[in-house]
Design a protein around this ligand. Sequence first.
Ligand code: V47
Ligand code: SF4
Length: 399
Amino acid sequence: MQTTIDLGTLINDKNLAGDLKAIAKKVQKGERITTDEGILLYEKGPLSFVGTLANFIRHQKHGKTTWFNRNFHVEPTNVCLYTCKFCSYSRMIKQRSDGWEYTLEEVIDMVKKYDDQPVTEVHIVGGVLPQYDFEFYTDLYKAIKAHRPELHIKALTPVEYHYIFKKAKISYEEGMKAMHEAGLDSLPGGGAEIFDEQLRDEIAGGKCSSDEWLRIHEIWHEMGLRSNATILYGHLETFAHRIDHMNRLRELQDKTGGFQTFIPLKFRNKNNEMAHVPEVSVIEDLRNYAISRIFLDNFEHIKAYWPMIGRTTAQMSLDFGVDDLDGTIDDTTKIYSMAGSEEQNPAMSTEELVKTIRNSGYVAKERDTLYNVVTDYTDVQFEDDKSYKGYMSLPVVNN
Ligand code: V47
Ligand code: SF4
């Protein structure tokens, strides 16, 4: 099932500019590209060019496999002390009555709603408020593990942990150790936004700094644990900011190897203070996935978060370096629908997601959070899809 992409035609194209050819040769040889080359790809790399290179790497790493996960989201609150300009979600303290603030018991009840469902992960999304403190989250993690020990807890970001540990007057090291002991299994990639200090301060002022975000992930990795990383792109940042962001991640990954997946998050401009900033095009989304795949040579996975970009772009992204489509979420976090995501009701059953992946010429594998295979759907035939005879009957693309 391992297919390869041939870069020969691309590299031998007489019309290809010398600097782009040099990058293509590096990719062919499995060599790392520099930050200047990354910026050059953003400035000059046509979609078809960066797509072919990214697809080459994607096929080397994952062949035709596209991963997904059965997970659900829980959001204890949508009220937040911070006022990030791009955030469509936080009700802020002054509009507190519009938001929700669930108790520990209410959050546990939400988790219990999934008792009869074969989910492997709960993704807990924060919001920063004083009562959601060290005790609340350690009690919550312990209660979830007592109720359903095998459920993987992927929860909060350095934004919340930085606030919680400062308030509890404990170090990051002590705090992360205690969270792990209480039941925290991994960290999602949120809160990274954009690492450039000036721009971060402008759009996400007050919350943890870039160095603090990276440091908390580093400590977590040093404990032998895994996490994800995101970038919020398509707002006020330059191409150089995107490469700077990815370069800081690449450097930390060289040190620790603890990141699993990089998730580019497209800025959506509904219901927030940056509604005047136009959204980037789908072409730019695909170029961004592709360049992320090329630049982050030490990241195993690139994920497209389909509820945010929509099914069609998610399907196309598989040809541009993406190998993971997140989950079959049936109750997705409101953060995205409020921000103007493509999917207003982002529910997709496992069968639908598998077919979505197949229709793009790929095979679907359900994974757990750590990418162990839960179910390989390569040869699974659904009742209403008798024409599917396994991998060989997929539409032929890029072979
Ligand atoms: O950090 C907020 C983003 C992130 C908007 O690790 C917005 O598996 C676009 O990180 N337009 C949180 N994005 C979500 C997140 C995530 C999601 C799915 C999977 C994983 C994972 C992580 O959402 C925030 C912020 O960058 N966000 N507002 C907006 N208007
Ligand atoms: Fe709060 Fe996160 Fe929204 Fe910023 S992005 S206001 S930290 S919920």
